[in-house]
Design a protein around this ligand. Structure first.
Ligand code: 3PG
Length: 395
């Protein structure tokens, strides 16, 4: 971005790919529950705006099926972005075509425009290079330069992330640069002891990263919904808890390979149903009643995990320990997060849900080394995969 600013952008159109895929409040449609991703791209937008560029921002939101769907409109995000920038953000009701071109043409120097959800167009996520390329051609026509600052989406080979970069002079935004620098450091030269904390619902989503990290870590602490498949692999019954039957033998193999480095909860908070009002008790991980489901790690597990974290020089955390959105099941995530803030070392919070947990639980964001905006992207980086969005910028 500094290179682009150095060339001078006053009066020029700059197409910025941002990841404005923010969560919304389930009880208040249209109300953004965590605007962290919008705030993360502000420095790039402000730098371009203040340099007199005509800034065209594009993003996806959710997973619409390649056609307009009002449930996934970015309109409320344009309003919020305007509030954060302190100047109104225009909104184009289409991504490409006559209305988007007219909105882009109408921009004055230093004005910002947000295009409607990229995924309202099939070309954005198409597996067909020609279909994606045709959509990228249309996007590229809107501007003179392309800046990718959507770290959360760099693992997607999508038109706005991958193909547009080949069609315009392209630059990395500050967020992408910072995120890649931090993950490179953690993945190539983590200061030991290196402790990884993984949560979230599915083992299958995390299998590749577990396999990649296991040889590098001193301890891998497993909580969240995924711990129950590991507990089952350890020979315990898990009642009505989340379970991926087909992954039990894979988990058993991982436990055998890990030689004690995978640490599982020793107690869990088991509830009668998935509800904040459900009857719930702390039970041993080996004694989950048949009619209960585990919705958080228990206090002994939280202490066990906090103890392992306390000695770490590097911590990477992805995925909540329980259903932190419901108050009775938030203590495990809070306890682990608080332990991470206290280490005498470097911590990285990877991803959407864990980053949202830090903010929702009111924890001090500055007490973490780095809070990533990319869940899937940071995991794929640690798996050692090539990220298409980063590769496209490096060309
Ligand atoms: C994310 O939320 O991880 C990014 O915005 C990417 O979204 P996606 O998984 O729908 O591609």
């Amino acid at each position: 971005l500094d290179d682009l600013l150095g060339e001078g952008v006053s009066g020029r159109r700059v197409l910025v790919r941002a990841d404005l895929n923010v969560p919304f409040d389930k009880n208040n449609p249209g109300v953004i529950s965590d605007d962290g991703r919008a705030r993360a791209v502000l420095p790039t937008l402000i730098a371009l705006r203040d340099a007199g560029a005509r800034v065209i921002v594009m993003s996806h939101l959710g997973r619409p099926k390649g056609e307009p769907d009002p449930k996934f409109t970015l309109a409320p995000v344009a309003t919020r972005l305007g509030e954060l920038l302190g100047s109104p953000v225009a909104f184009a009701e289409d991504t490409v075509g006559a209305s988007a071109s007219a909105a882009a043409e109408a921009l004055a120097d230093g004005q910002v425009l947000l295009l409607e959800n990229l995924r309202f167009n099939k070309g954005e996520t198409s597996k067909d290079d020609a279909e994606r390329g045709a959509f990228a051609d249309e996007l590229a026509k809107l501007a003179d330069f392309y800046v990718d600052d959507a770290f959360g989406a760099v693992h997607r080979k999508h038109a706005s992330v991958y193909d547009v970069a080949a069609r315009l002079p392209h630059y990395a935004g500050g967020l992408v640069l910072t995120e890649v620098d931090v993950l490179k450091k953690v993945s190539e030269s983590p200061e030991q002891p290196y402790v990884v904390v993984l949560g979230g619902s599915k083992v299958s989503d995390k299998l590749a990263v577990i396999q990649a990290l296991l040889p590098k870590v001193d301890k891998l602490l497993v909580g969240g919904g995924m711990c129950f498949t590991f507990l089952k692999a350890q020979g315990y019954e898990v009642g009505k808890s989340l379970l991926e039957d087909e992954m039990v033998s894979v988990c058993a193999d991982l436990l055998a390979q890990a030689d004690g480095r995978i640490v599982l909860p020793v107690d869990v908070v088991a509830a009668t149903e998935f509800s904040a009002d459900a009857t719930h008790d702390v039970v041993d991980a080996s004694a989950i009643p048949a009619d209960r489901l585990g919705l958080d790690i228990g206090p002994r597990s939280t202490a066990l995990f906090a103890d392992a974290i306390a000695g770490a020089k590097t911590v990477f955390w992805n995925g909540p320990m329980g259903v932190f959105e419901l108050a009775p099941f938030a203590a495990g995530t809070r306890g682990v997060a608080e332990a991470i803030t206290k280490i005498d070392g470097f911590s990285v919070v990877g991803g959407g849900d864990s980053a949202a947990a830090v903010r929702t639980l009111g924890l001090d964001e500055s007490a973490f080394g780095h809070i990533s905006t990319g869940g899937g992207a940071s995991l794929e980086y640690l798996e050692g995969k090539t990220l298409p969005g980063v590769a496209a910028l490096e060309k």
